[in-house]
Write a protein that binds this ligand. Structure first.
Ligand SMILES: Cc1cc2nc3c(=O)[nH]c(=O)nc-3n(C[C@H](O)[C@H](O)[C@H](O)COP(=O)(O)O)c2cc1C
Length: 333
C-alpha cells in the first residue's frame, strides 16, 4: 500500500518538532503511543543536560521510539552529542548543512537522520550525503519556512529525485486531516509531517490562548516581522491575529531589540523576557500580553475546529484515510 509505516514506525504520521519547546515530552509520547513519530525540539543553545532530561522524561511516558529536532542555525554540537548518546530513533535537522560525518556518527549510534528541506537543491544535497528520509516543507507550512515552493510542485520533484532509493519522502505544510494525507500520498509521499494540527492538541506546550486562536482564526500570512534580529533571513508563517494585522508593514529597519518587554517565559528551564516582535511563541509558562506575541500557524489552520488529544489526531488521520480510499477511490478515478 505504501501508506503504512515509515522508518519502522507503525504509521507514516510525523509530529513536527515545535520550537522552542512546544513539542513537549507529553505530546511526543502521546504521538509515539499512538503509533506515529513524535519529535522533541532541542534548545536553541547548548544545553545537553536539559535535553537528556527531556528525552528521559519522554521515556517515562512511552516505551515506543521517538526523535528530536535540531535547528542547525543555532549552536548544537553538544546537543547532538546528547541525542546520539541517548540513542533516540530519529534526529530531525533543519536550516543548515548536513555533513557525511554527522550521518556516519548518527548511524554508528543507531540514529536515523531526517532533514526537513524546502527546495529541490537542498533535497539533492541531502540524498547525496545519505539521509534516511526527507521531509519536504512547502510554503504552506507554519513556523519558519525555508523554501519558496508550494508542496504540490516540490514534493513530486523530490519523489522523482529519490527514485527507487530507499529514502521515504514525507510531506509537510498545510496538512491537517485525511484529505491532506491522501493528497500527499498521491503526490508520492510515504508519510506526512504535521505541525499546526499537533500544536492544537491537549498535550502541546502552547499557551491556552494560542491554542484558542488556532481554532478561532482561519488565515495566515508569510512574513518576516518577528525575530528579525535574533534569526535574520528566516521568514515565517503566522496566524493573522489583530496584533499582526496592525504591524504587518513594520518598517524594515525595526526589530525586536529596541522594543518594550511585553512578557516573560521559562523556555527549556531558562527565564526569558519577551520583547514585542520577538520570534518566541507563548508557551504554558508565558505571562504578559499573550495576544501581541507571535503565533506560528500553517495555511491549514482554517480546518482546525477543536483542540484534540494527540492520539485522536493520529487515529483520525489513519482511519479517515482508510475510509477515504475505500469510499472515494475504490480503484476508480
Ligand atoms: C509552532 C511551530 C514551531 C515549529 N518549529 C519547528 C522547528 O523547531 N524545527 C523545524 O524543523 N520545523 C519547525 N516547524 C515547522 C514544521 O516542521 C513543519 O514544517 C510545519 O509545521 C508543517 O506545516 P503545518 O504547520 O501546516 O503542519 C514549526 C512549526 C510550527 C507551527
Amino acid at each position: 500500500m505504501g501508506w503504512r509505516g515509515i522508518l519502522g514506525f507503525e504509521y507514516g504520521i510525523v509530529q513536527a518538532p515545535l520550537g522552542p519547546d512546544l513539542s513537549c515530552p507529553e505530546l511526543v509520547a502521546a504521538v509515539a503511543n499512538a503509533g506515529g513519530l513524535g519529535l522533541l525540539r532541542a534548545p536553541d543553545w547548548e544545553s545537553p543536560d536539559h535535553l537528556r532530561e527531556l528525552i528521559r522524561k519522554t521515556r517515562t511516558l512511552t516505551d515506543k521510539p521517538f526523535g528530536v529536532g535540531v535547528v542547525l542555525a543555532f549552536p548544537h554540537q553538544e546537543n547532538i552529542k546528547a541525542i546520539l548518546d541517548e540513542r533516540v530513533a530519529v534526529l530531525q535537522v533543519s536550516w543548515g548543512e548536513i555533513t557525511e560525518e554527522l550521518i556516519s556518527e548518527a548511524h554508528q549510534a543507531g540514529v536515523k537522520v531526517v532533514p526537513q528541506i524546502g527546495s529541490f537543491e537542498e533535497a539533492r544535497k541531502a540524498v547525496e550525503v545519505g539521509v534516511d528520509a526527507i521531509i519536504v516543507q512547502g510554503l504552506e507550512a507554519g513556523g519558519h519556512v525555508i523554501g519558496k515552493d508550494g508542496l504540490i510542485t516540490l514534493l513530486p520533484r523530490v519523489v522523482d529525485l529519490v527514485g527507487d532509493q530507499d529514502i521515504p519522502v514525507i510531506a509537510a505544510g498545510g496538512i491537517v486531516d485525511e484529505r491532506g494525507y491522501i493528497a500527499a500520498l498521491a503526490l508520492g509521499a510515504q508519510g506526512v509531517c504535521l505541525g499546526t494540527r499537533f500544536l492544537a492538541t491537549e498535550e502541546s506546550y502552547a499557551h491556552p490562548t494560542y491554542k484558542r486562536k488556532l481554532v478561532e482564526f482561519d488565515k495566515t500570512e508569510y512574513t518576516n516581522v518577528f525575530g528579525r534580529a535574533r534569526w535574520p533571513g528566516a521568514p515565517h508563517r503566522v496566524l493573522l491575529t489583530p496584533f499582526f494585522k496592525d504591524w504587518k508593514n513594520l518598517p524594515i529597519h525595526e526589530n525586536e531589540t529596541n522594543q518594550p518587554v511585553i512578557g516573560r517565559s521559562t523556555i527549556h528551564g531558562m527565564e526569558k523576557e519577551i520583547r514585542r516582535f520577538a520570534g518566541t511563541v507563548p508557551n504554558v509558562t508565558t505571562t504578559g500580553d499573550i495576544e501581541s506575541m507571535v503565533m506560528y500557524a500553517g495555511e491549514g489552520v482554517g480546518l482546525i475546529k477543536d483542540i484534540l488529544p494527540a492520539a485522536e489526531v493520529v487515529k483520525s488521520l489513519i482511519e479517515g484515510a482508510r475510509r477515504l480510499i475505500h469510499q472515494r477511490f475504490n480503484g476508480e478515478i
